[in-house]
Design a protein around this ligand. Structure first.
Ligand code: IVH
Length: 694
């Protein structure tokens, strides 16, 4: 049938009409929530279109509804750099914390009345993805990943009928990057699991896991069979004349362009209405056909969002209100003590398995010794377990009335359960630690798992079981030893065939080419997560510079305070760590050196405050330029403040600066100073400040 015959005009017409009908049907179903076609009618039209297209393959366009399912990927998912980082949100757990958020926002915006407009919507419990459209066509879709780099899962996302392959309407933006959540509805999830049970295949624990598993399929045919949905909640980039100026207007624009946004989305004014929204949504939660774990509250106006800006990984203009978590009761059967990566000893409660918030729970953390004392919990007790979303289940309290007579007190060990070292508890800290560091097999294991993990060196195939064996056989003591493993030795490990052994060697080889942020993160320095590792890498540009940094240099890094600085400093002071680093580099671990900023940094150690508005730039830009010169920018004036930049509308901060005799610059003076500093003039000699970045 694929023989080429002349195309009759009716053909064109019918193909075009079918495509429009199918696109419209999706739009009516997903966006307007007002279906026009039954599933049977939809499938019938789709099949007719497939038939026509197979007769004229030259008429197939990438955005045709028949082109949702593409070929499988052989090589895994490609990396995708996010042009705008995908951030997370800070949380509020009760009304008070929501009020504190509103207060912070109003203060920062220097507003006196409680009349700010917020846009609120449910916080969907799925996975964040980002979609890029150029001239109306979907060209790329990616996961969040670490927020800067995600996985390219375009082919899988194309299979979702709620994701338009092309934008609707006459006027479409040249560039559009839309973000939203991919999730599975309760009904979709039930149907999927029922099918899985029938077929004897894997049953998913909850809709979120099912959605995650479905998106990470290399074969889009599999994803296409999973009932995934997409709901848009953010525009990261839009390139068009007269783009909307508020979040709510952007959401309306997205609906016009063909995206589903949440029907519960609402605009509210002032904190009372905000609290009411959250309460109302909480009541509605049980009736929704999808999991939500709270509400997301966003300052509506984009101009104000820009003014508020960001801290480390979250915007200041939004917050996630999390519903109180679900609770269940069960029996505490035993307590075991686990040794973490940094030696922290965590008591873990072994429980009679119980389903909490959709997942089977058989372990829960008891945190530390103080927590055990506070709970007055004993082995054998009936306990209340709470689980919120991804969070590790916790023991909340004991039901004392049900305490059996033979309930036993929990004894905290004095020796490390793994290496027998005497445990330490530093005064003022709640945590008991095994001080043996990498000499303790448990810490070695955890350090290696972290080193190999996906966001660190991403060593494919180096899972927990293999790491356990490598440590037990003492083949590997430090991460550097990994790179001296031989395929012949590995293949003697139980359950590791020759092929897998060679694959692991290849994966190790591949992991050697990494990036500086990943490498720093992989080292497992206490309190250094991905965001901090990224900040360190960008600030110092090279491992050598980071290793030589003094405490004060470290504290000058964006979002690093004295505690983290001390951990980083101590890590690089430790001779064992230096030795391991040298061995890693010797073994061939490498990365492209980040471009060291050639810029002078005359303001290191100084804290500046911006208040009021500026004409030639936003406060955020002003802040960024000061930070690029090494300054910290704070939200409050103290006697240690090096200078205050005050524009029109400056209020109490200006008065405070004048009281404390802190230098105040108007915009013109500030611009002149900036130009001087950026051209290499030195900053003024001020006492270094210990204030934190605001
Ligand atoms: S807005 C700048 N809106 O929550 C951050 N996020 O903690 C923009 N999420 O990774 C996020 N529903 O996966 C936003 N209505 C919603 C959301 C939502 C769920 C998730 C999202 C993100 C995480 C942030």
């Amino acid at each position: 049938m694929s023989q080429k015959s002349p195309v009759a005009p009716e053909f064109f017409k019918e193909i075009a009409q079918l495509r429009t009908e199918l696109d419209d049907a999706n739009y009516r179903y997903y966006v307007l929530d007002d279906p026009v076609l039954t599933d049977i009618d939809y499938d019938q039209r789709l099949r007719r279109l497939q038939e026509l297209e197979s007769q004229h393959p030259d008429l197939v366009t990438p955005d045709s509804p028949t082109q949702r399912v593409g070929a499988a990927l052989a090589e895994g998912f490609p990396e995708v750099q996010h042009a705008v980082p995908m951030l997370s949100l800070d949380n509020a757990f009760d009304d008070e914390e929501i009020m504190a958020f509103v207060k912070r926002v109003n203060e920062r915006l220097e507003r006196d009345s409680d009349d700010l407009i917020f846009c609120c919507e449910p916080k969907l419990d799925g996975l964040a993805v980002s979609l890029v459209y150029e001239n109306g066509a979907l060209i790329s879709g990616a996961t969040r990943g670490d927020g800067r780099t995600g996985e390219g899962i375009t082919s899988n996302l194309r299979t979702l009928r709620s994701i338009p392959l092309k934008l609707r309407g006459d006027s479409i933006p040249q560039l559009l990057e839309v973000r939203g959540e991919v999730y599975m509805s309760h009904s979709g999830f039930e149907a999927l699991n029922e099918r899985a049970r029938d077929e004897g295949s894997k049953v998913f624990a909850n809709p979120r896991n099912a959605a995650a598993g479905s998106l990470r399929q290399l074969d889009p045919q599999i994803t296409a069979k999973r009932p995934l949905e997409f709901c848009a909640y953010q525009v990261a980039r839009i390139d068009e004349d007269e783009a909307p100026t508020s979040h709510s207007a952007l959401m309306a624009r997205l609906r016009k362009l063909g995206f589903r946004t949440n029907p519960e989305l609402d605009r509210v004014q002032g904190s009372a209405a905000l609290l009411e929204y959250c309460q109302h949504l909480g009541k509605k939660r049980a009736k929704l056909d999808y999991d939500i774990d709270g509400a997301v509250i966003k300052v509506d106006e984009l101009r104000l969002q820009r003014e508020l800006g960001f801290v480390a990984r979250a915007p200041r203009w939004a917050i996630a209100y999390k519903f109180p978590a679900e609770e269940q009761t069960t029996w505490l059967k035993a307590v075991e003590f686990q040794v973490g990566r940094t030696g922290a000893i965590t008591p873990v409660a072994r429980l009679d398995p119980v389903t909490v918030a959709g997942a089977l729970v058989s372990n829960a953390t008891l945190h530390n010794q103080d927590e055990i004392a506070r709970l007055e919990v004993r082995i054998g007790d009936r306990v209340v377990i709470r689980r919120a979303g991804d969070v590790i289940p916790q023991v909340m309290r004991v039901i004392e009335d049900e305490r059996p007579e033979n309930a036993q007190a929990i004894e905290f060990p004095s020796q490390c359960p793994v290496c027998d070292s005497t445990l330490e508890r530093i005064e003022g800290e709640a945590v008991v630690r095994c001080p043996a560091g990498l000499f303790c097999a448990a810490q070695r294991k955890e350090a290696l798992k972290h080193f190999a993990s996906r966001r660190a060196l991403d060593i494919d195939g180096l899972g927990t079981k293999i790491i356990d064996q490598l440590i037990e056989r003492e083949w590997v003591k430090t991460p550097a030893d990994l790179f001296h493993l031989k395929a012949d030795d590995l293949s003697t490990l139980p359950r590791l065939a020759e092929k897998s052994a060679q694959n692991l060697i290849d994966a190790l080889e591949k992991s050697k080419s990494t990036t500086l942020p990943r490498f720093i993160y992989a080292l497992g320095i206490r309190e250094v997560g991905e965001a901090t590792a990224g900040n360190l890498a960008r600030h110092f540009g090279s491992l050598e510079a980071l290793m030589q940094a003094e405490l004060a240099d470290l504290e000058a890094v964006e979002d690093i305070g004295p505690i983290v600085a001390a951990h980083v400093h101590a890590f690089f002071e430790e001779p064992h760590n230096r030795e391991t680093l040298a061995q890693l580099i010797e073994a061939g671990v490498k990365w492209e050196e980040a471009k060291v900023s050639a810029r002078p940094q005359p303001l290191v150690g100084q804290t500046w405050v911006l208040t009021g508005s500026l004409e030639s730039m936003t406060r955020d830009e002003g802040k960024a330029r000061l930070q690029a010169l090494g300054a910290k920018v704070s939200g409050s004036v103290s006697k240690k403040t090096a200078g205050v930049v005050a524009g029109p509308g400056a209020g109490s901060k200006l008065t405070r600066a004048q009281e404390l005799n802190v230098e105040v610059l108007d915009e013109a003076a500030f611009l002149a100073q900036l130009a001087g500093w950026e051209n290499g003039e030195s900053g003024k000699d001020e006492q270094p400040s210990d204030e934190e970045t605001a």
